[in-house]
Design a protein around this ligand. Structure first.
Ligand code: HEC
Length: 126
């Protein structure tokens, strides 16, 4: 009898903690979607963001016809836009800059923070 009670108790605790976990995630979605700014690199972080949101118009082949001549495909070109302030100005929709991506939704706060972090770390080719 004692064993059955213990087993029931364990099942009860597992079920309750399972439910609590679900509820917590639903109540505080930001807990499960915090922005991870560790290990931000050009290859693994910056490039994929630009690829997904910018290269339709700013790839080497399309820059002239669709991107006002601004290239964001190679490291050296991205570094120029990062250092002259255009990259952050455009993606942050700062007044005085063309809002980018042009005609599309703004990047997420996390994506913008990652670009800023890469710049703060020295726009390394890593
Ligand atoms: C649909 C096409 C398109 C997309 C997508 C796009 N751009 Fe642009 N971008 C343009 C055009 C066109 C210009 C030139 C605008 C002008 O000079 O009037 C431009 C200009 C720029 C400039 C130079 C701004 C200036 O004032 O000279 C930067 C920097 C830039 N884009 C960054 C980005 C970034 C970063 C992304 C992605 C987050 C992006 N763009 C996505 C079309 C696009």
């Amino acid at each position: 009898m004692k064993r059955i009670l213990s087993i029931l108790l364990i099942i009860f605790v597992v079920v309750i903690s399972g439910c609590y976990y679900d509820t917590e995630e639903q109540l505080y979605p930001e807990l499960s979607t915090t922005c991870d700014l560790t290990n931000v690199t050009f290859a693994a972080t910056v490039k994929p963001i630009l690829q997904a949101s910018c290269l339709n118009c700013h790839s080497n082949s399309k820059a002239v016809s669709s991107g006002g001549g601004v290239k964001l495909e190679n490291y050296a070109d991205v570094q120029i836009q990062a250092k002259n302030g255009q990259l952050m100005g455009t993606v942050s929709h700062t007044s005085g800059f063309q809002a980018m991506p042009q005609g599309g939704g703004k990047l997420t706060d996390c994506e913008i923070s990652k670009l800023q972090k890469w710049i703060d770390n020295g726009t390394l080719n890593n």
